[in-house]
Design a protein. Sequence first.
Length: 567
Amino acid sequence: MLADATLLYTLNHMDGDRTESNGIIHALWSPDGQQLITSSLSKRQNGRKLRVWDLTSGKLLDTLAIPTTPPITAFSLFWLPASQHLVSALRDDVQAWELTNGKLLNAAPPHRHLNTWTCSPDGKFLADAPNPSGSNREATLQILDATNGQLLRTLGRSEGRRSRLAWSPDGKFLAVDTFLPTNRVSIEIWEPAMGRLVHRLEAGQNPAYDVSWSPDGKLLTVNRQNGRGGYQVELWEPLQGVLLHIHEGIYPHWSPDGKLLALFQIEGMQYLRKTIHILNAAGRLLRVLESENDAFEIMAWSPDGKLLATTSSSGKETVFHLWRTDIWEPMTTLTDLQMSAAKISIIAWHPHLPLIVTNGPQESSLAVWCLRKQQIVSPSCDEALTIQQGKALVQEADKVQLQVAQNVAPLLHIYISSASTPEDEALLDELWKQLSMVRRQPDVRLWEKRLISPGVNWEQDIATCLQQAHLILFLMSPDFLESDLCYEEMKVAIEQREMRGAWVFPVLIRHTASWEKTPVGALEPLPADRKPIRDRIDREEVMRTIAERIQDITQAIRQRLTDGWSQ
């Protein structure tokens, strides 16, 4: 089951016959959150079936048929902003459906044959990039009316093939991946309303698999092969034409606030997604999430960015995790859906409520979960859930502290950094002994550089420890400030403090000139009287006091780790 969650109901996408459907391809909430739209590929008929479900009851409101000949697998489904217009898009055509309370009112005829297209954020325009054909060697970039398909404007002509289009969040700019006959690739940044090319970003020889704007429209990610058998994500400032960073990985996902970027890392000839890297907007690696099974499958941010949902699969079992993005600990785990395909291929967050949709226990079914731990009996598939009941679930959940997944305490990570000199390491050993009762606590992982195993990548180990640490201690000394590595660690620690609230303390072990001017110089030091430890008569007592202070801090961190997700 899904810990800290209640199954509200399941949705069956079959028409009484297991041979009718090839499975659910899409699940999409309406903008007001009152309806869920799902799509499947019909086995009996050439085409798709859209089903409209009611949130309050979980019951089927309507079924819409989209015929295609022959069947086409490329398919998109989305809502036009601020409307009840649903757009279903096949490679052949685009159709707009107007839905009121789940009822089909009319269906617009196909616009035209579209090749590579995208809809503007306000839903008013379509951008299309027909490829050159026949005697016409030039490709155009076309802007069309989204409601009737009328051509409004033709932008720059090119002999290249355009494969990816992306509107900026404000709808002002359009990014276009263009593959030129010279086997070179560029990203064109257009301002459609003015008909002008703003920048051309030179991007090597490999076409993009994905082009995505950050939510604030300031940055652009471009995902492509790197020429070495792997994949890379490029981070651009598109309006300035500046390449900021390149990171190995595939399928980047921006957090809703645009401060974080999650992407898969792939390994081996089978391109398994073994880890997820979490970057900040500058491209710095903040966290590495590891798969419990063979590989990650999919991921999805919650609308408020407080949770990241991931699935990983071993072929026989699928593990579903919800990661808290303030501390990056798994909050919720789903391992037993008794799914025939043993795979979760759909994650759909509700736009307003703590509800999430995943694949259900049977083929071609979906499960709707409330992500609040409630001691109530789950309704069966045909029982109704009223809006009042749904709101009551959320209101009651706000009064209850969520427990961490699997009924075990999350690990509490502490990192102590010191200079690698005999004098500093001797003082570290004294503090280490005083922290024996902290180290004996089963949920605490205390780490320092001398614990690095021989032959491993020590820089990666240190980076991982800083990313995981809830408490970071820097043993300040002249040798510590002399070390470039230690100085860089302080910079990373401040980023972790600002990003996810890590506790950071300088510990004054020796007289150190101008330590207040370091990245951690504005923070409260230990001991509190700011007198260095080494030359003190009461040195052992001071070490004991620091250890007790650290123990108090660990208790505060432990309380935060067990606090639940609040709206």
